[in-house]
Design a protein around this ligand. Sequence first.
Ligand SMILES: NC(=O)c1ccc[n+]([C@@H]2O[C@H](COP(=O)([O-])OP(=O)(O)OC[C@H]3O[C@@H](n4cnc5c(N)ncnc54)[C@H](O)[C@@H]3O)[C@@H](O)[C@H]2O)c1
Ligand SMILES: [Zn+2]
Length: 374
Amino acid sequence: MVQTTEGVDSVRVELGERAYSIHIGNRLLDTAALSIAEVLQGRRVMLVYDAALVSPWMKRVRRLLEEGGFMVFVHEVPMGEQSKSAAAVAAMWNALAEADFTRDSAIVALGGGVVGDLAGFAAATFLRGIAFVQIPTTLLAMVDSSVGGKTGINLSAGKNLVGSFWQPRLVLADLDCLRTLPDGERHSGMAEVIKYGVIRDAQLFAFLEEHVEHLFEAGEAVHLRAVVRRSVEIKAEVVTADEREDGLRRILNFGHTIGHAIEAEGGYGALRHGEAVGIGMVAASLLTLRRGQSPEWTDAEHARLVRLVELAQLPVRVPAGMTAAALLDRTRVDKKARNGQVRYILPVRLGEVEVVRDVTDEMVLGVLRELGAK
Ligand SMILES: NC(=O)c1ccc[n+]([C@@H]2O[C@H](COP(=O)([O-])OP(=O)(O)OC[C@H]3O[C@@H](n4cnc5c(N)ncnc54)[C@H](O)[C@@H]3O)[C@@H](O)[C@H]2O)c1
Ligand SMILES: [Zn+2]
């Protein structure tokens, strides 16, 4: 159910002694010091932040934490994916050591998925693990990367190849932070929200059909919060059932097999992740149709998905110049392919997907060409 309620929402990620809460609402930063104090033992924190956030949010969070009795060290991370590097983690380790961080000190990450993944990995590894709090500032980070405890960095050989599962103590998703987020980043994050609708919740999908165009307008705060809350609930449900991605968690990869191929083929940075995932979801939907074994996923469902992706201002066709053969090749190196067998997550009906291994190269090539690949 997509319930619209007043106030702050809290989603609990039930992982035994590693359980934590995700608060979602407006003006959460105001009380951040209090909420963070509740989950930490020590009062020494390193505020790790995205360089783009200095004036809108970092100075404020720093002041509020200091007023709340914390000793705050700050560590700036340059904008962009290249900051998820071994060099950037080493810089953080050294900064933590220089600031005399001990086992009861903590890292507070303020930023999108890049800062969250990097700071989380530093927290997971420094002194074999210190406490970690996330304040996600992008839609993608709120609905996806801050939930579930995956942390990590990239190597030149590929994205996210080094990392660790390390759950935060608390996640504060203050929707006010999204006010300064560029449109393109908002749209990109919405791809993951649409994904949750398709894989798990037909009502969320329908709610998005009605509201997606207006979610960031003044006066829509209640709807935006409901959508973020429902997305977080779904991600939390899935990762609680399968923390280490042996089974159910794979469904979160819907739209990502072909999405990752498109993202890599464009050269990382050319297309936003969510833009590639939007096309990937449309491709997965077509694969279901061409495979012809899901009577409840018809042309009508496909048309609804295409329309919703378009309403979210995301592309639905393969970018000009990409060839189907090159993209097919890229799907094979996707790290989720095991023993050369690429698993596809395909829709069965709205709100349900299945893991399928019998998608042939011809089907993939055909679908990519239908979507404009050469
Ligand atoms: N750990 C996980 O489970 C998981 C899941 C999905 C994605 N990820 C990772 O997340 C990363 C992508 O995250 P992202 O999309 O948040 O990208 P990002 O962290 O690079 O942020 C996107 C851009 O928005 C800017 N920005 C962030 N917050 C802002 C704000 N409030 N106002 C203005 N500008 C702001 C940043 O400077 C950056 O330029 C990738 O590295 C991906 O691998 C991790
Ligand atoms: Zn994604």
